[in-house]
Design a protein around this ligand. Sequence first.
Ligand code: UDP
Length: 341
Amino acid sequence: MIDDIILKDLRRVCDSLDERHFSGKKVLISGGAGFVGSWLSDALLDLGASVTCVDNLSTGQIANINRLLGHARFRFLKTDVVDFRADEKYEYLLHLASRASPEEYQLHPIDTLLANSLGSHTMLELARKMDCRIFYSSTSEVYGDAQIVPTPEDCWGNVNPIGPRSCYDEGKRFGEALFMAYKQEYGLDIRVARIFNSYGPRNRATGPYARVVSRFVQQALSGDPITVYGDGSQTRSFCYIADTILGLLMLLTARNAGGEVVNIGTSEEITILDLAKMIKGIAQSESRIVFCPLPAEDPRRRCPDISKAKRVLGWTPTISLNEGLKRTIESLGQHPCCSAS
Ligand code: UDP
């Protein structure tokens, strides 16, 4: 699925990057048909790279990469990353394959753990054999219910290892530990991004795959009740997808970022109730806001300290929540079917 909003955002992202890092390079992306992965596939192709996308379509969608399927420099392999084998050489490996929506990963906890443990191992072994750079998409969830907010990278986290979210939190923590082990033992050039609540066009809006922004937008546009969990006083910091992928690609290519773990997100923290009101207002919706039970162990506050990203990458998000929501509402309004479960 592609529209003017996505095309304009991609153009802005590509204009901010140096094509020489990407042009003629071979890139392998696991999870390349997912929300973040498909934006990366798009941007990398537009920057002149050849992209091989490995995705089992458990949460990713063909609709996200439809425009790329006929492209001479794009290849799609419907395979689980855990079973993936490759003989050819790549310059960059990007490991994004994983379920990421709390409702959905709790339905598939074993898959989620394996994508981040065995899947990370598969990708790291490939990187070791090819002696190439490897990127891992980790998450703010490694901090669990963070005790320090805004949270810097040297915070160790507060995670229940056997709680309802542990398959994701501990899966990503294991993934990070394995990436660090490959750096230590083999001197691999690893780069790890801890992504904080990215949102925007292509984020799924209904069913267990839905994240809060796209779900609220969908509810507001269709006049359905907007379902705030708990009293809505919990917070998140929402980073528009174009800002996120710019940060990820800068982390992938920055000369001084080898071996680094970097928070990618925005410091604009908002309560979920205020988010619901904001979306209702921008969409000029008549939807009622209703309160539903809070899921167990839902983190209270989440906001990154992004001073490391500013210092090491020179990256800072530029799209305000207000502007990002407008783009998301406009895009979802054009493609309601593509964001469905
Ligand atoms: N949330 C909500 N209503 C919904 C979906 C989510 O109030 O219909 C809340 C959820 O409880 C959490 C926040 O929105 O506090 C973000 O949820 P999401 O599933 O997007 O991701 P999370 O940040 O929890 O990983």
